[in-house]
Design a protein around this ligand. Structure first.
Ligand code: GDP
Length: 521
């Protein structure tokens, strides 16, 4: 534990675990967070006026001792991974919510992959057991395949059957969280020093200015402390807890809403208390300058498959992390299976940190950023946000339409062989805004070019909702107004004819690729 190394055992005190609730949409994350909060409201207390400050604490008697648990009040794994992408890990334990009637769904798998990639232990809440068609044992069986084996079956994951609706077994769930914390986690921090922690949520409030909810990770935060959070600085003018109550100090794992910052920090920004106001301001200004420079510099360098191979030859890396997204689950599984069968040296490890069906999302790109992974898209593409983010972060996203192609590239890379001289690169993406029927040319796609350049002699494919629906098409005609042109650049409109291929709709994307010679380094 970092804290223990920093300051010796004697100053450390037990701190509450910090918990995030994840799971598939509609499986009851929000309702469960409400049930947990309500289970704790003492009868008649403050009229139960809860504030949404992004996190809250509950108290639970465990082996005769009152213990606190902190819940992050933003359900889902997206915020969790977005914060990790900024270098912040706030969560100690993840509650994976699975509806007992639905069983595991794509986002269940996504959530558990994200938690596992972060090395965060999981407690499974099998929710909606009040429903007639609830099948909690099926959920247990399904999750076994993902390495979550229930204690009653000899594994080490705690499963608790709950009903958020009927407030059933909420206490047992909290108990399971505490047992998981005590079993393997050394959750301690020194409360007797200047505070540091993470901003988990922030906003601009009309009356109060910048307000940020911060989670204290060590030390104690007090009103009057000079602080810097990201590029925001100031003095703690006032602090509120989740019940809207004024607090004057906050110890480790306590979430509080802080007023007094000069601007709004971002979720995942680290905050520290400084001795003087001046120091806080100087740090903030320095950070601001660094950020300006960083955004001027081109996209950050992430590992690409080529970099990996080169580093491997130099003995500098051991593992290649992959994220696989595909259009159908069969293809994803087949690809994963074949990849894991690649026979490589024991010193090299291939880790598939996430797999799923559907377009490549921003959340996939975030995960790739955090764990320096390469994304394999099998007949799928990134959505706009994911594409922009991948470009900004320099994430290597590779597209394949045959399993063999992907397999060959990864295998060559793992065996230290650089790729062949030519590779297919994306040259342009156009969005279809209108479809014109022409008896002479077939359907013409009225497009706007979204990125790169569409060229007349490129190879085209059609993408609908992130899935490739037609590949290897030739561009039959490329026009601006009435003129035939050889290329059309970003933000310009054009008409594209794909010859005999007529199955196009408004909203589809036409992507073009070209073969280019690979630069050899
Ligand atoms: P989220 O998308 O995971 O945050 O899911 P919500 O908390 O919004 O719940 C989705 C739906 O499931 C809502 O209509 C809830 O009322 C319902 N729901 C949540 N928990 C339970 C439960 O324990 N039993 C039943 N029957 N319905 C539930």
């Amino acid at each position: 534990d970092q804290e223990a190394e920093d300051e010796g055992d004697d100053v450390l005190e037990i701190r509450p675990p910090v918990v995030t609730v994840m799971g598939h949409v509609d499986h009851g994350k929000t309702r469960l967070l409400d049930a947990i909060r309500n289970a704790n409201v003492v009868e008649g207390e403050a009229g139960g006026i809860t504030q949404h400050i992004g996190a809250y604490q509950v108290w639970h008697e465990h082996e005769g001792i009152e213990r606190a648990i902190t819940f992050i009040d933003t359900p889902g794994h997206e915020a969790f991974t977005a914060m990790r992408a900024r270098g912040a890990q706030v969560t100690d334990i993840a509650i994976l919510v699975v509806a007992a009637d639905d069983g595991i769904m794509p986002q269940t798998v996504e959530a558990l992959n994200h938690a596992q990639a972060a090395n965060v232990p999981i407690v499974v809440a099998v929710n909606k057991v009040d429903k007639e068609d609830a099948n909690p044992s099926k959920v247990r069986a399904q999750l076994t395949e993902y390495g979550l084996v229930a204690e009653e079956f000899g594994g080490d994951t705690m499963f608790v059957d709950v009903s958020a609706r009927n407030n059933l077994n909420i206490d047992s769930l909290i108990e399971a969280v505490l047992l998981t914390a005590d079993a393997g986690l050394d959750l301690r921090a020194n409360p007797n020093k200047e505070a540091r922690g993470i901003a988990i949520e922030a906003k601009l409030d009309k009356g109060r200015g910048a307000v940020a909810t911060v989670l204290i990770q060590s030390g104690t935060l007090r009103v009057g402390d000079p602080i810097v959070a990201g590029t925001a600085y100031g003095r703690v003018r006032a602090m509120l807890d989740e019940n809207g109550q004024v607090v004057t100090e906050a110890e480790p794992s306590r979430p509080v809403q802080v007023q007094g910052l000069s601007s709004v920090p971002r979720a995942g920004d680290t905050f520290i208390v400084t001795e003087e106001d001046r120091t806080a301001r100087q740090i903030a200004e320095k950070r601001e300058a660094v950020e300006r420079n960083a955004s001027l510099a081109k996209s950050r360098k992430r590992i690409s498959l080529e970099d990996f191979t080169r580093a491997l030859e130099e003995g500098k890396v051991e593992s290649l992390n992959l994220i696989i997204k595909g259009d159908v689950s069969g293809a994803v599984e087949a690809l994963e299976e074949s990849l894991l069968k690649i026979d490589v040296d024991d010193s090299v490890q291939l880790r598939i940190i996430h797999r799923g069906v559907g377009a490549i999302t921003e959340s996939d790109v975030n995960l790739a950023t955090v764990d320096n992974a390469i994304i394999i898209g099998f007949n799928v593409r990134p959505d706009t946000k994911a594409r922009e983010r991948a470009a900004r972060e320099g994430v290597d996203v590779r597209f394949y339409s045959v399993i063999y192609g992907a397999l060959e590239d990864i295998e060559n890379s793992l065996k230290g062989m650089l790729k062949p001289e030519f590779e297919e690169v994306q040259s342009g993406v156009a969005e279809i805004r209108e479809v014109f029927r022409s008896s002479k040319f077939g359907n013409i796609a009225g497009c706007i070019v979204r990125s790169g350049t569409i060229t007349r002699n490129a190879t085209a494919r059609v993408i609908r909702d992130g899935i490739v629906i037609a590949d290897n098409l030739a561009i039959d005609s490329l026009r601006r107004f009435k003129d035939d042109v050889t290329e059309v650049r970003t933000d310009f409109e054009c008409g594209i004819g794909l010859g005999k291929y007529n199955d196009i709709q408004i909203g589809d994307e036409i992507e073009t690729t070209e073969l280019v010679e690979k630069p050899r380094v």
